[in-house]
Design a protein around this ligand. Sequence first.
Ligand code: ZN
Length: 271
Amino acid sequence: MDYQDILYERIGPVARISHNRPQKRNAQGRQLLEELDHAVVHADRDPEIRVIVLAGVGDHFSAGHDLKEGVVARPNPTVEERFDYELEHFYDYCLRIYDTSKPTIAQVQGACIAAGFMVANMCDLMVAADDASFSDPTAHTLGAAAVEMLIHPYVLGLRKAKEFLFTGQRLSAMDGLELGMVNRVVPRAQLEAETLQLAERIAAAPPFALRILKRSLNRTREAQGFRTALQAHFDTHQLSHTSFEYNKVREERKKAQASGKTSFGRSDPSG
Ligand code: ZN
């Protein structure tokens, strides 16, 4: 498959799959998400691949969903249409990353916002450049109940996740390291090399042992009700899309876009 919006690289036993719309801060449009899902499944099935890296070309990992595309391509979705679209493209695709049989590493630089945060945190490990920053301002900017996957409590701890989501605050790479979300912070210039080094170190282990180890570690979360909680949040998130508040913010955004301004004067295309 020829990819347009992602870059697929095989580097020895490592597959590196990168968001590749740097001119749009790697905003995730439909094409990008479908290609990302295809590539993740492909890498997981490739017997030569031992570790999968998710990355972003350019200055940012990803600024989130491509909301501008959404307004044009899916202007007035019914509840059913939105539910089905988000279930497939946001929820199922994310879980497919989480459920890959091989270890995955998020390689993050620059902005990692909203859906970018959600996708990056589906990975098993995270290496961040010193310029990386994380946020999920969707309650503030969209009137939505966070993004579709409520992964935040699992990677930040519940108390910090509440602060993060209630305030829409930005966390630095070092904050992420202290909270245990980020495994390593490295200088921006060494991000690719350090991530590859970590991937190659992992790839040196016998692959079946790694696969069942990952299975076992993920099952620890399952025993705590991980998927039940994610499903419940997905439905709650859908409810927030139908709220008066959400629609009010959406109309304001449309007007702002029609008059040539980006969303709320913010440069973050997130959600
Ligand atoms: Zn949504």
